[in-house]
Design a protein around this ligand. Structure first.
Ligand code: CP
Length: 322
Protein backbone atom coordinates (compact mmCIF):
# COMPACT_ATOMS: atom_id res chain seq x y z
CA UNK A 1 0.00 0.00 0.00
CA UNK A 2 1.23 3.51 -0.85
CA UNK A 3 0.71 6.77 1.05
CA UNK A 4 0.33 9.20 -1.86
CA UNK A 5 -2.47 11.29 -0.34
CA UNK A 6 -4.71 10.99 2.73
CA UNK A 7 -7.54 9.72 0.50
CA UNK A 8 -8.64 6.23 1.57
CA UNK A 9 -6.90 6.40 4.97
CA UNK A 10 -8.58 6.45 8.37
CA UNK A 11 -7.07 9.68 9.71
CA UNK A 12 -8.55 9.26 13.20
CA UNK A 13 -6.82 5.89 13.50
CA UNK A 14 -3.47 7.28 12.29
CA UNK A 15 -3.74 10.21 14.70
CA UNK A 16 -4.49 7.84 17.60
CA UNK A 17 -1.40 5.87 16.67
CA UNK A 18 0.69 9.08 16.40
CA UNK A 19 -0.54 10.20 19.83
CA UNK A 20 0.62 6.88 21.31
CA UNK A 21 4.06 7.34 19.70
CA UNK A 22 4.19 10.89 21.06
CA UNK A 23 3.25 9.87 24.62
CA UNK A 24 5.83 7.07 24.61
CA UNK A 25 3.10 4.45 25.23
CA UNK A 26 4.06 2.79 21.94
CA UNK A 27 7.74 2.15 21.22
CA UNK A 28 7.67 -0.69 18.67
CA UNK A 29 10.62 -1.33 16.33
CA UNK A 30 8.93 -2.54 13.12
CA UNK A 31 11.92 -1.36 11.08
CA UNK A 32 14.57 -3.26 13.06
CA UNK A 33 17.23 -4.41 10.63
CA UNK A 34 15.48 -2.64 7.72
CA UNK A 35 16.24 0.41 5.58
CA UNK A 36 13.95 3.08 4.10
CA UNK A 37 15.02 5.22 1.12
CA UNK A 38 14.26 8.96 1.19
CA UNK A 39 14.51 10.56 -2.26
CA UNK A 40 14.67 14.36 -2.27
CA UNK A 41 14.44 16.23 -5.57
CA UNK A 42 13.94 19.45 -3.52
CA UNK A 43 15.21 21.01 -0.27
CA UNK A 44 13.74 20.17 3.13
CA UNK A 45 14.33 20.69 6.83
CA UNK A 46 11.31 19.19 8.63
CA UNK A 47 10.49 16.32 6.29
CA UNK A 48 14.04 15.12 5.95
CA UNK A 49 14.98 15.41 9.64
CA UNK A 50 11.71 13.99 10.97
CA UNK A 51 11.78 11.04 8.55
CA UNK A 52 15.39 10.22 9.40
CA UNK A 53 14.70 10.44 13.14
CA UNK A 54 11.42 8.53 12.83
CA UNK A 55 13.05 5.67 10.90
CA UNK A 56 15.80 5.51 13.54
CA UNK A 57 13.24 5.47 16.37
CA UNK A 58 11.39 2.60 14.65
CA UNK A 59 14.65 0.64 14.66
CA UNK A 60 15.58 1.22 11.00
CA UNK A 61 18.12 3.02 8.85
CA UNK A 62 17.47 5.89 6.39
CA UNK A 63 19.15 6.03 2.96
CA UNK A 64 18.91 9.65 1.76
CA UNK A 65 19.34 10.30 -1.97
CA UNK A 66 19.21 13.54 -3.96
CA UNK A 67 18.80 12.88 -7.70
CA UNK A 68 21.15 15.12 -9.63
CA UNK A 69 23.21 15.67 -6.46
CA UNK A 70 24.14 12.56 -4.50
CA UNK A 71 22.58 10.22 -7.10
CA UNK A 72 22.13 10.34 -10.88
CA UNK A 73 19.70 12.67 -12.63
CA UNK A 74 16.37 10.87 -13.16
CA UNK A 75 13.98 10.51 -16.11
CA UNK A 76 10.39 9.59 -15.25
CA UNK A 77 8.60 9.66 -18.63
CA UNK A 78 7.67 6.30 -20.12
CA UNK A 79 9.22 5.71 -23.54
CA UNK A 80 11.61 8.67 -23.20
CA UNK A 81 14.62 8.76 -25.54
CA UNK A 82 17.24 9.62 -22.94
CA UNK A 83 19.67 11.57 -25.11
CA UNK A 84 19.59 14.80 -23.05
CA UNK A 85 20.60 15.46 -19.44
CA UNK A 86 18.92 12.54 -17.58
CA UNK A 87 21.21 9.62 -16.74
CA UNK A 88 18.97 7.02 -15.12
CA UNK A 89 15.29 6.08 -15.45
CA UNK A 90 12.94 5.77 -12.47
CA UNK A 91 12.22 2.22 -13.75
CA UNK A 92 15.71 1.05 -12.77
CA UNK A 93 16.19 3.47 -9.85
CA UNK A 94 13.11 2.16 -8.01
CA UNK A 95 13.62 -1.51 -8.81
CA UNK A 96 17.24 -1.38 -7.61
CA UNK A 97 16.40 0.59 -4.44
CA UNK A 98 13.67 -1.83 -3.41
CA UNK A 99 16.23 -4.65 -3.37
CA UNK A 100 17.80 -2.74 -0.42
CA UNK A 101 14.90 -0.86 1.17
CA UNK A 102 11.43 -1.79 2.46
CA UNK A 103 9.83 1.55 1.49
CA UNK A 104 10.68 4.65 -0.55
CA UNK A 105 9.79 8.22 0.42
CA UNK A 106 9.75 10.79 -2.39
CA UNK A 107 9.78 14.59 -2.43
CA UNK A 108 9.13 16.10 -5.85
CA UNK A 109 7.68 19.61 -6.08
CA UNK A 110 5.68 21.08 -8.94
CA UNK A 111 7.82 23.03 -11.39
CA UNK A 112 4.87 25.41 -12.05
CA UNK A 113 5.35 25.05 -15.80
CA UNK A 114 2.40 22.97 -17.05
CA UNK A 115 -0.73 22.75 -14.89
CA UNK A 116 -2.50 19.98 -16.83
CA UNK A 117 0.56 17.76 -16.62
CA UNK A 118 1.68 18.59 -13.09
CA UNK A 119 -1.78 18.16 -11.56
CA UNK A 120 -1.42 14.43 -12.37
CA UNK A 121 1.68 14.12 -10.15
CA UNK A 122 3.76 12.48 -12.90
CA UNK A 123 7.02 11.95 -10.99
CA UNK A 124 5.42 10.55 -7.84
CA UNK A 125 3.19 8.28 -9.92
CA UNK A 126 6.18 7.00 -11.90
CA UNK A 127 7.71 5.86 -8.58
CA UNK A 128 4.41 4.21 -7.61
CA UNK A 129 4.12 2.53 -11.03
CA UNK A 130 7.48 0.76 -10.84
CA UNK A 131 7.60 0.03 -7.10
CA UNK A 132 6.52 -3.11 -5.31
CA UNK A 133 7.38 -1.60 -1.89
CA UNK A 134 5.29 1.21 -0.31
CA UNK A 135 5.84 4.71 -1.69
CA UNK A 136 5.44 7.53 0.84
CA UNK A 137 4.68 11.00 -0.52
CA UNK A 138 7.00 13.51 1.17
CA UNK A 139 5.40 16.36 -0.86
CA UNK A 140 4.59 16.07 -4.50
CA UNK A 141 3.20 18.54 -7.03
CA UNK A 142 -0.33 18.07 -5.68
CA UNK A 143 -0.20 16.59 -2.18
CA UNK A 144 1.67 16.74 1.12
CA UNK A 145 -0.20 14.12 3.16
CA UNK A 146 2.38 13.81 5.96
CA UNK A 147 1.99 17.55 6.57
CA UNK A 148 -1.81 17.52 6.56
CA UNK A 149 -1.91 14.54 8.90
CA UNK A 150 0.36 16.42 11.34
CA UNK A 151 -1.92 19.45 10.92
CA UNK A 152 -5.01 17.42 11.82
CA UNK A 153 -3.24 15.93 14.83
CA UNK A 154 -2.28 19.43 15.98
CA UNK A 155 -5.87 20.71 15.69
CA UNK A 156 -7.05 17.68 17.66
CA UNK A 157 -4.44 18.29 20.40
CA UNK A 158 -5.09 22.03 20.67
CA UNK A 159 -8.87 22.09 20.30
CA UNK A 160 -10.10 18.55 21.01
CA UNK A 161 -12.12 16.31 18.72
CA UNK A 162 -15.22 17.33 16.78
CA UNK A 163 -15.78 19.77 13.92
CA UNK A 164 -14.14 23.19 14.06
CA UNK A 165 -14.38 26.27 11.86
CA UNK A 166 -11.12 25.84 9.96
CA UNK A 167 -9.97 28.60 7.61
CA UNK A 168 -7.37 27.94 4.94
CA UNK A 169 -6.24 31.36 3.76
CA UNK A 170 -4.04 32.27 0.79
CA UNK A 171 -1.31 34.76 1.71
CA UNK A 172 0.85 37.02 -0.40
CA UNK A 173 4.37 35.75 -1.13
CA UNK A 174 6.92 37.20 -3.57
CA UNK A 175 7.07 33.92 -5.51
CA UNK A 176 4.48 31.59 -6.99
CA UNK A 177 4.52 28.38 -4.92
CA UNK A 178 3.08 24.88 -5.47
CA UNK A 179 -0.34 23.98 -4.06
CA UNK A 180 0.44 20.61 -2.47
CA UNK A 181 0.06 21.89 1.10
CA UNK A 182 -3.29 23.69 0.63
CA UNK A 183 -4.70 20.79 -1.40
CA UNK A 184 -3.77 18.26 1.27
CA UNK A 185 -4.86 20.50 4.13
CA UNK A 186 -8.28 21.02 2.52
CA UNK A 187 -8.72 17.31 1.83
CA UNK A 188 -7.66 16.19 5.31
CA UNK A 189 -9.73 18.88 7.08
CA UNK A 190 -12.77 17.74 5.12
CA UNK A 191 -12.03 14.06 5.87
CA UNK A 192 -11.94 15.01 9.58
CA UNK A 193 -15.38 16.62 9.22
CA UNK A 194 -14.26 20.19 9.92
CA UNK A 195 -16.28 23.14 8.58
CA UNK A 196 -13.77 24.33 6.03
CA UNK A 197 -13.53 27.86 4.64
CA UNK A 198 -11.03 28.46 1.84
CA UNK A 199 -10.20 32.13 1.35
CA UNK A 200 -8.20 33.29 -1.65
CA UNK A 201 -8.20 36.20 -4.10
CA UNK A 202 -9.95 35.80 -7.46
CA UNK A 203 -7.82 33.66 -9.83
CA UNK A 204 -6.24 31.58 -7.04
CA UNK A 205 -8.72 28.67 -7.02
CA UNK A 206 -7.49 25.25 -5.92
CA UNK A 207 -7.93 22.24 -8.20
CA UNK A 208 -11.63 21.81 -9.11
CA UNK A 209 -11.57 18.03 -8.71
CA UNK A 210 -9.93 18.36 -5.30
CA UNK A 211 -12.64 20.77 -4.14
CA UNK A 212 -15.35 18.39 -5.39
CA UNK A 213 -13.74 15.58 -3.39
CA UNK A 214 -13.61 17.68 -0.20
CA UNK A 215 -17.34 18.34 -0.56
CA UNK A 216 -18.01 14.60 -0.40
CA UNK A 217 -16.78 14.72 3.22
CA UNK A 218 -17.76 18.05 4.69
CA UNK A 219 -19.15 21.54 4.17
CA UNK A 220 -16.69 23.66 2.20
CA UNK A 221 -17.13 27.39 1.61
CA UNK A 222 -14.88 29.19 -0.87
CA UNK A 223 -14.64 32.97 -0.52
CA UNK A 224 -12.64 35.92 -1.80
CA UNK A 225 -13.40 37.86 1.40
CA UNK A 226 -10.49 37.39 3.77
CA UNK A 227 -11.99 39.64 6.47
CA UNK A 228 -15.26 37.74 6.74
CA UNK A 229 -13.38 34.43 6.70
CA UNK A 230 -11.55 35.25 9.94
CA UNK A 231 -14.72 36.03 11.91
CA UNK A 232 -15.26 33.30 14.51
CA UNK A 233 -12.57 30.98 13.13
CA UNK A 234 -11.09 28.30 15.39
CA UNK A 235 -8.11 27.68 13.13
CA UNK A 236 -6.31 29.97 10.71
CA UNK A 237 -4.06 28.03 8.33
CA UNK A 238 -2.03 30.33 6.08
CA UNK A 239 -0.32 29.31 2.85
CA UNK A 240 0.57 30.95 -0.42
CA UNK A 241 0.21 29.20 -3.76
CA UNK A 242 0.46 29.96 -7.45
CA UNK A 243 -2.50 30.41 -9.79
CA UNK A 244 -3.19 27.45 -12.10
CA UNK A 245 -3.65 29.68 -15.14
CA UNK A 246 -0.19 31.22 -14.65
CA UNK A 247 1.74 27.92 -14.66
CA UNK A 248 4.46 28.51 -17.25
CA UNK A 249 4.19 32.29 -16.81
CA UNK A 250 5.14 32.89 -13.19
CA UNK A 251 6.10 36.51 -13.90
CA UNK A 252 2.41 37.17 -14.73
CA UNK A 253 1.41 35.58 -11.44
CA UNK A 254 3.85 37.79 -9.55
CA UNK A 255 2.51 40.91 -11.29
CA UNK A 256 -1.12 39.87 -10.66
CA UNK A 257 -0.58 39.27 -6.94
CA UNK A 258 1.11 42.62 -6.23
CA UNK A 259 -2.30 44.15 -5.47
CA UNK A 260 -2.84 41.62 -2.65
CA UNK A 261 0.34 42.27 -0.64
CA UNK A 262 -1.12 44.52 2.06
CA UNK A 263 -4.46 42.76 2.45
CA UNK A 264 -3.56 39.05 2.35
CA UNK A 265 -1.36 38.75 5.44
CA UNK A 266 -2.21 37.22 8.82
CA UNK A 267 -1.89 39.95 11.44
CA UNK A 268 -3.03 40.72 14.99
CA UNK A 269 -6.12 42.64 13.86
CA UNK A 270 -7.43 39.70 11.84
CA UNK A 271 -6.60 37.17 14.57
CA UNK A 272 -8.50 39.32 17.12
CA UNK A 273 -11.71 38.58 15.20
CA UNK A 274 -11.32 34.80 15.47
CA UNK A 275 -12.80 32.58 18.19
CA UNK A 276 -9.47 32.66 20.10
CA UNK A 277 -8.24 30.83 17.02
CA UNK A 278 -4.88 29.15 16.63
CA UNK A 279 -2.45 30.10 13.87
CA UNK A 280 -0.97 27.34 11.73
CA UNK A 281 1.57 27.16 8.90
CA UNK A 282 3.55 24.22 7.55
CA UNK A 283 6.85 26.16 7.60
CA UNK A 284 9.17 27.44 6.29
CA UNK A 285 7.39 30.79 6.56
CA UNK A 286 8.41 34.32 5.58
CA UNK A 287 7.87 36.49 8.65
CA UNK A 288 6.04 39.78 8.14
CA UNK A 289 5.08 38.61 4.66
CA UNK A 290 2.74 35.66 5.30
CA UNK A 291 2.29 36.37 9.02
CA UNK A 292 3.41 39.13 11.36
CA UNK A 293 5.93 38.54 14.14
CA UNK A 294 3.16 39.45 16.58
CA UNK A 295 1.05 36.47 15.48
CA UNK A 296 3.69 33.82 14.94
CA UNK A 297 5.34 34.64 18.28
CA UNK A 298 2.01 34.74 20.16
CA UNK A 299 0.55 31.93 22.31
CA UNK A 300 -1.94 31.31 19.47
CA UNK A 301 0.82 30.07 17.20
CA UNK A 302 0.92 26.28 16.79
CA UNK A 303 3.67 26.13 14.18
CA UNK A 304 6.37 24.43 16.27
CA UNK A 305 3.97 21.80 17.62
CA UNK A 306 2.83 21.19 14.05
CA UNK A 307 6.42 20.61 12.99
CA UNK A 308 7.01 18.25 15.93
CA UNK A 309 3.91 16.27 15.01
CA UNK A 310 5.43 15.46 11.62
CA UNK A 311 7.68 13.01 13.45
CA UNK A 312 4.84 11.23 15.25
CA UNK A 313 2.43 10.94 12.31
CA UNK A 314 5.14 9.69 9.97
CA UNK A 315 6.04 6.96 12.47
CA UNK A 316 2.34 6.03 12.53
CA UNK A 317 2.23 5.92 8.72
CA UNK A 318 5.39 3.83 8.44
CA UNK A 319 4.21 1.45 11.17
CA UNK A 320 0.94 0.94 9.24
CA UNK A 321 2.49 0.55 5.78
CA UNK A 322 5.55 -1.53 6.48
N1 CP B 1 6.67 21.59 6.02
C1 CP B 1 7.66 20.97 5.36
O1 CP B 1 7.45 20.00 4.62
O2 CP B 1 8.90 21.45 5.66
P1 CP B 1 10.21 21.13 4.83
O3 CP B 1 10.01 21.64 3.44
O4 CP B 1 11.33 21.83 5.56
O5 CP B 1 10.42 19.64 4.80
Amino acid sequence: MNFLSTSGFDLEQLIESALRFKSGDDQPKPLAGKSVALVFFNPSLRTRASMQVGIYELGGHAVVLEPGGTSWTLEHREGAVMDADKTEHVAEFVRVLERYCVAIGVRTFAALKNWNEERTDPVLNAFARYASVPIINLESAMHHPCQSLADMMTIREKLGSGPKRVVLTWAWHPKALPMAVPNSFALAAAQMGHDLVIAHPPDYELDDELIETTREFSSVEVTNDIDAAFDGADVIYAKSWGAKQFYGETERDIAERTQYRDKWIVNEEKMSRTNDGIFMHCLPVRRNVIVTDGVIDSPASAVIDEAENRLHVQKAVMAQLI
